[in-house]
Design a protein around this ligand. Structure first.
Ligand SMILES: Nc1ncnc2c1ncn2[C@@H]1O[C@H](COP(=O)(O)OP(=O)(O)OP(=O)(O)O)[C@@H](O)[C@H]1O
Length: 578
């Protein structure tokens, strides 16, 4: 893999396409020289007889006009090919990169997401890929192609008259020097701009997510100073970047254009001393007006290239973060065992030396005060995070040796916060099993008591749910998530007490749906209300990350420990009247 391919995170196809784009761009630039050569030849046909005496050969001139028209056609065809090779290929590559990022994200441990926020990842996928897209289409190919064209033209001009060629190009190193010296300042500004954009998108996201609170608390715009400040900071830095780039580019351009004056001055001296003829001088003067365009474009593209590291740094961090390992695909049974499991999200251990067994086909409840580690245990079993000490096995196999996606195929989740996608009801349920037929989806929906409310929707199962299903009630969302789990039919079910915040009618329906879902399965249930776990085969009581009691409801009540205390507190609260 070449350095350029690595630096730009290009796929093999993307790298090949980039090389083709550079060739196409160079070809366009070279064909653009044709009309110029024809113009010079027409001048020569007219001026030579004027200077030396004789008749203008009009048939030659008409012929050259014909060549000129053909060369214009060639320029058009080359430009069309160039457009296809650069823009279309770069859009395809950036799309492929976005998919590559999405695919890689899926394989990363949740610890990665703990350190990144949503807006940073969104910026990674959308704006960084767009920046790469423009680097691939309108920066790198023109930069290299213009470099080649300018070098060729320089050689060609030196061949005609090295003194005038020197005059044309003597200001180029100075212009490059300005861009080179300004690079540190420009990079600093680019970095600040990226930070400001990220901060602004963070603030916008927070503002939109908090809209319910903003409205319910009647907070006016004055209370959202941080959003105003973030947007203002973004505007300020954008102006600074534009100013800096503008100042450096115009200085470079001014110095570069001084070459026109120098060429005219030296050319006039050479002409009067008879060391050069009028025609080559005219050709040089024509060339000098045309050659600075590509050189300026090289300078502008170099400025954008300074941005490359800023753009690719985040993408590099993301794409080089190692995916979760593990190759094993199958387990012989669904007995789950935790032995001496210790885990910390950050520094502090939140699970401390826990050992327990969850036999296949049993219902196990995890109970304990808020923050005691119930959800964390269920997420560790699903390998959302890798544990730091100890071992978790399923069917005797260490889950760290299992391929994460194969491990997931053994599990279904019903959590309190159900994620619904902006798609039809049918497709939202089908997420449980992408290969399921419409009939199978409907059967699962019926079993999860979704069918009735779905049929009342304007387009039934084809109704679009909108952003995160905001039109559905909490109970309806949970029943959809149960339908998904039913469709997946995984042998292990992880339940985060799904009925905690439902009204009695919805609660009954959800309970009935769950009863169907867990039939014959290995169930791990996070319970907040202890009356829902009295029938569990075993109950694990957690306190401050430790397993402090275990047994059936009756056994734990007899122990008169934490479980009994929590149970009594909840029973008493049931009697409260507000
Ligand atoms: N993503 C996270 N990053 C850092 N710390 C976390 C994270 N999730 C949970 N914690 C911390 O880990 C501890 C255990 O949290 P956990 O959610 O497992 O408790 P829980 O018993 O399920 O609580 P609850 O009943 O309130 O849902 C808590 O101190 C919590 O603050």
């Amino acid at each position: 893999m070449s350095k350029l391919q690595k630096a730009l995170f290009l796929s093999d196809k993307g790298y090949k396409d980039l090389k083709k784009a550079i060739c196409a761009c160079t070809l366009t630039n070279l064909t653009m020289l044709l009309p110029f050569c024809v113009t010079v030849m027409i001048f020569s046909e007219i001026l030579t007889p004027v200077a030396n005496g004789g008749n203008v050969q009009w048939n030659h001139i008409w012929l050259l006009w014909g060549v000129g028209i053909i060369s214009a056609l060639l320029v058009f065809l080359a430009a069309k090919n160039d457009y296809r090779k650069t823009y279309i290929a770069s859009y395809q590559e950036s799309n492929a990169t976005r998919l590559r990022i999405a695919d890689h994200l899926r394989k990363l441990p949740m610890s990665f997401f703990n350190t990144k926020d949503l807006s940073e990842l969104t910026t990674n996928m959308m704006s960084d890929c767009s920046s790469m897209e423009s680097l691939l289409s309108s920066t790198i190919p023109p930069l290299i192609a213009n470099g080649i064209t300018v070098t060729l033209t320089c050689i060609l001009l030196a061949f005609f008259d090295w003194r005038l060629a020197l005059c044309v190009f003597c200001t180029v190193p100075l212009a490059f020097l300005i861009i080179w010296l300004s690079r540190k300042h420009q990079i600093k500004l680019f970095e600040k701009q990226v930070k400001a954009k990220l901060n602004a998108s963070d603030q916008v996201q927070e503002y939109l997510e908090g809209m319910k609170i903003i409205k319910s608390c009647g907070l006016s715009g004055v209370h959202f100073k941080s959003l105003d400040n973030a947007l203002l900071a973004m505007k300020k830095i954008a102006v600074k970047v534009e100013m800096a780039v503008g100042v450096f580019m115009s200085s470079a351009s001014m110095i570069l254009q001084a070459g026109i004056g120098i060429t005219i001055f030296v050319g006039a001296l050479l002409l009067t001393s008879g060391e050069i003829e009028l025609l080559p001088l005219l050709m040089f003067l024509l060339m000098v007006t045309r050659i600075y365009g590509p050189i300026l474009s090289i300078l502008a593209n170099l400025s954008s290239l300074l941005n490359l590291n800023v753009v690719t740094n985040r993408m590099r961090t993301l794409l080089t973060t190692p995916a979760m390992e593990g190759k094993e695909k199958e387990v012989s049974n669904c007995d789950i065992e935790l032995s001496h499991v210790t885990f910390a999200y950050n520094q502090e251990n939140v699970i401390k030396d826990i050992s327990c067994k969850i036999p296949q086909g049993s219902v196990t409840a995890l109970v304990g005060p808020s923050g005691s580690g119930k959800s964390t245990i269920s997420k560790l079993i699903a390998r959302f995070w890798d544990i730091q000490k100890g071992k978790i096995t399923i069917g005797g196999k260490d889950i760290k040796a299992m391929e994460p996606e194969s491990l997931m195929s053994y599990m279904s989740f019903v959590f309190q916060d159900v994620t619904l996608f902006n798609d039809t009801v049918m497709n939202n349920i089908r997420i449980g099993n992408p290969n399921a037929t419409d009939e199978q989806v409907i059967t699962a929906a019926q079993a999860a008591y979704c069918d009735e409310f779905v049929r009342e929707m304007p387009e039934g199962y084809q109704t679009l749910l909108g952003e995160n299903g905001s039109t559905l009630s909490g109970g309806e969302r949970q029943r959809i998530s149960i339908a998904r789990a039913l469709l997946k039919n995984a042998p292990i079910i992880l339940l985060d007490e799904a009925t905690a915040s439902l009204d009695p009618e919805n609660e009954v329906l959800v309970q009935k749906a769950i009863a169907k879902l867990i039939e014959g399965k290995t169930v791990i249930m996070i319970a907040h209300r202890l009356r829902t776990v009295v029938d569990a085969d075993q109950i694990f009581v957690l306190e401050n990350g430790k397993l402090v009691e275990s047994g059936t409801h009756n056994e734990l009540m007899k122990k008169q420990g934490l479980y009994q205390k929590l149970y009594h507190i909840q029973q008493e609260s049931l009697g409260w009247v507000v």
